[in-house]
Structures are given as C-alpha cells and as structure tokens.
Design a binder for this molecule. Structure first.
Ligand SMILES: [Fe+2]
Length: 479
C-alpha cells in the first residue's frame, strides 16, 4: 500500500548502485525497485564512473571497500565532472568508514552501515530525494527567471505598436513551450481605441472577438480549464489595455505558472512604455511637420520644396528598384531634410545679397542641425543619418563631413539628386529657374562629381515623363 503511493513520485529519481558484490547490488536493486525507484546496477567501479559520465543519475549508492579502487577514489573521480549527484557511501562497519574530513571534502551526503535491513538506507535516500526536489525547484525558478530576463529587453525595445502584439505572443509561447495563444490589445489612439487580436496555433476557445470585459468575465470564476493561463494587461493607471491567454496540451508546471505571471507584469509595463513612446513620437512628428512647414514658408522661393524633394526621391528610389521600406525612408528624408534651417537666422537664409564665407558656413550647418532635431526620437532614427549626408558629394567636396563615393549612404545620394534638381528648376532669389532640359544637362555634367552618376542617369529617365510627374505632384498636395 505504502509503496504504491510513492511509486509515481519516486520514479522521477534515478539511482545507481555500485558494489563489487553482485548479491549486494541485486538485493539493493530489488528493495528500491519495490519502493518505486528507477535503479541501475554496476559492479565495476570504472564502468560506474563512465556510466555516470554518460547518463544522468540523481543518487549513487556505493560500497566503500571495493576492488580495484575504493569508494572514496570513485567519488573523487566523479566529483571532477559531476558536482550534483547525491552520494551515499555504504560501509561494512563503522570503523571501516572513511574519516569525516574525507566525507566532507568529497561532498558525500551520508554513509550507511550495511545490515540485513535497509530501512535506514531508505530514509537516507528519501532525505536526498527531498533535497533534490528542492534544488530542482530552485533551478526551475532560476531557469525561468533567466529566460524571462533574456526575453524582456526585446519586449521593452518594441516601439511599433503594430509588431508589439505579435512579438509578445510569440515570446510567451516560446518561453512556456506551449502551442496555442491569444492576445487582445486595446491601444488608445488620438481618435478612439485601436483594437488588435493576435492568435498563435489554434488560439484559445471562446476568446476571439470578445471585448476585454467579456474576456475577463468568460475566463473568471471556478471550474476553469487548468490547461489555460490567462491574465488581463493594464497600463500604469490600471486601465485595461489587453488580455493574454496561452493553452497547454497537458497540465502546466508551477514554474510555467510563475513565469506566466512574471511575464504578464513585465508585459503590462512594456506596453505602457510603448504607448507612452508612441504618444511622444506622434507629438514630436507633429512638431517636426510644423517646423518643416515653417522652413518652407520662410522663403517664398522654397515653398513646397520639401514636398517635391520627397516625391522625386521616392520616384528615383522606385526606379532603382528599391523595396517599399527603402522608398518610404527616402521620401521621409526628403520631406524633412532641411528642418535644421529653422535654426538659421532669416537675414542669412533669405538674404538677397551675396553671402559672406562666414554666413555660408552657417548655412552649411543645417544638415547637422536637421540631424540633431530628428535624432531626438526613435521614430526618425532611420532618416536622421540620410538627412545628415544630403549635401555630401561623390567627389568628397560636399559637407558636413566631405564623405566620398559609397561612403555616402545610397538614400542620401538619392535625396541629394532630388534636392539639387528641385533647386535647379525653381526660381531662387539668386538664380532663375532652369528648363528641364537644362537641368538634365546639369545632372549629366555633375554626374560622377556632385552626384552618383548611375543614379543621375536613372533620374533622367524618370523625369522624361515630366508631364505625368507634374500632374502627380499637383494631385498630391502633401505627400
Ligand atoms: Fe539642404
């Protein structure tokens, strides 16, 4: 009766017994098998060492006096590669036991004086099992915490609300090693709330399409499915912002439960940060738009310039067969390339007279000023370096850093062409507008010195259809 109760629990622990007396090992095997343990037998000390090296054992029961080497020497070898195995030394008589100092040094958990009855030995084994179980619990927590610590920087670094949900769900599924998951996010936006649902595997039965309140109601109360973990996600003001649930194929462990709860807490906080960041990004974007329009409006001759540079940059990038995210990047860079001019005094920026070298030096600071304005928020982090380089030249005679050839990023080489082309075809206070054919001529002349010659040629192809381009430009008042 007693053994049956313990069978299941004890079978989770493996024992190796080593004695050069086969009768002793057979007896021990039989006794501990009855107690529900998985127990293997070895009669050769060297073979036992190899076996422990290659297989996992929780407990070693070994004889002290053996041939060709004694128990303490066996333990010494084993401790060189396994500090975890619990060891109980069996001695023929107390007086034959190794000194206590040796027992301590070799980290032997106990010794047992052989007798016809094994009750005392069984108690010793049970006490080892208790310690191993506690150690497993501690290690489980350690592993879970380590996995969570590893996962959280990725979750915290998510800035785009579109990918945050997918990443959170994938990460928890990976952490908990489960198959099904469901996440609902309610992100407050300027107008109302953006609601998103994410599903992994088969999702969670009955969750899809429910509101956060309905989800809380549906998954609360008694008699809930034990294979499902679920939790609400809240912002820093305790407003509900989401609901996360994962489903397991079999009853999850206590570690998985702890890990889920820790993850949910971290997630709520990461989501709050993401919300805050997205608010900051939005308001900063609005501010930069205002600055851009102010720069354009400062000078009647440059009105609409940044819109056109954005448009030409986008068209050139498309013609160069760049992917959509690249094209969008150059469009944004074109739009904001001159925001740094906000810091340049009007008497210099819109001066009718010839500028002094010192004044021109101040104008030349604008790519760096644009860069520093745009670098403030992560939203613009990809376009800030492009903007910084939009006055660099292929021959290295540009500014601010005099970069040469391919040291200038592709995006900046594109914006440089679009920027110069728009300046050529616009009337400026110091020059009249060139015709399209004259501007094309300039692009050809300066291809390879000011401009990337291949890009300039591609751009010339793009503007061959000038009537279509101007019609499109008129259509999109704002890009
Ligand atoms: Fe510029």
């Amino acid at each position: 009766m007693r053994k049956n109760k313990r069978d299941f629990i004890n079978s989770a622990f493996t024992i190796l017994t080593l004695d050069d007396d086969p009768i002793m090992t057979a007896t021990l095997q039989s006794y501990f098998q009855i107690a529900g343990y998985h127990i293997d037998v070895e009669n050769d000390p060297y073979k036992a060492i190899e076996r422990i090296r290659n297989c996992h054992y929780d407990i070693l029961l070994l004889d002290y006096l053996m041939n060709p080497i004694c128990g303490d020497q066996v333990v010494e070898e084993i401790r060189k590669f396994d500090r975890d195995i619990f060891i109980i030394l069996l001695t023929g008589h107390k007086s034959l036991a190794p000194p206590i100092k040796t027992i301590r040094e070799l980290d032997i958990q106990g010794y047992y004086e052989k007798s016809d009855r094994f009750d005392q030995l069984e108690l010793l084994v049970e006490s080892c099992v208790k310690s191993i179980r506690q150690l497993r619990t501690i290690r489980g927590y350690q592993d879970s915490t380590a996995a969570l610590i590893e996962a959280m920087p990725q979750i915290y670094s998510l800035e785009n609300t579109n990918c945050v949900g997918e990443n959170i769900l994938n990460k928890i599924i990976e952490l908990l090693n489960c198959k099904n998951g469901f996440l609902k996010l309610n992100f407050p936006k300027d107008e109302g709330v953006e609601i998103q649902e994410f599903i992994v595997g088969e999702g969670i039965p009955g969750a899809k399409g429910l509101t956060l309140n309905a989800l809380a109601e549906r998954f609360s109360g008694k008699n809930q499915d034990e294979t499902i973990f679920h939790a609400g996600l809240y912002d820093e003001r305790e407003n509900p912002i989401g609901f996360l649930a994962v489903g397991f194929e079999q009853a999850p462990t206590i570690f998985q439960s702890q890990l889920f709860q820790l993850f949910v807490r971290q997630c709520s906080s990461a989501l709050s940060n993401t919300q805050l960041l997205s608010k900051i990004n939005r308001s900063y974007y609005d501010m930069i738009q205002v600055i851009r329009q102010m720069v354009d409006a400062k000078d009647i001759y440059t009105r609409g310039h940044s819109d056109r540079v954005a448009y030409f940059s986008y068209r050139l990038a498309s013609a160069l067969k760049k992917d959509e995210s690249f094209c969008e990047r150059v469009k944004m860079a074109g739009l904001f390339h001159d925001v740094g001019k906000i810091g340049i005094p009007d008497e210099i920026l819109i001066s009718d007279r010839k500028l002094t070298a010192e004044e021109f030096g101040i104008i030349k600071l604008h790519p760096m000023k644009s860069h520093s304005i745009l670098s403030v928020v992560s939203y613009f982090k990809e376009i800030a370096p492009i903007v910084l380089q939009h006055h660099e030249r292929i021959d290295g005679l540009g500014y601010p850093h005099g970069l040469k050839g391919e040291a200038i990023c592709e995006e900046a080489r594109i914006v440089a062409i679009a920027d110069a082309f728009d300046a050529m075809i616009s009337t400026r206070r110091y020059s009249s507008a060139l015709s399209i054919s004259e501007a094309v001529e300039q692009l050809r002349i300066y291809g390879g010195t000011q401009f990337d010659s291949h890009m300039a040629e591609v751009f010339i192809e793009v503007i061959k259809d000038w009537d279509k381009l101007t019609a499109e430009l008129e259509l999109c008042d704002k890009l």
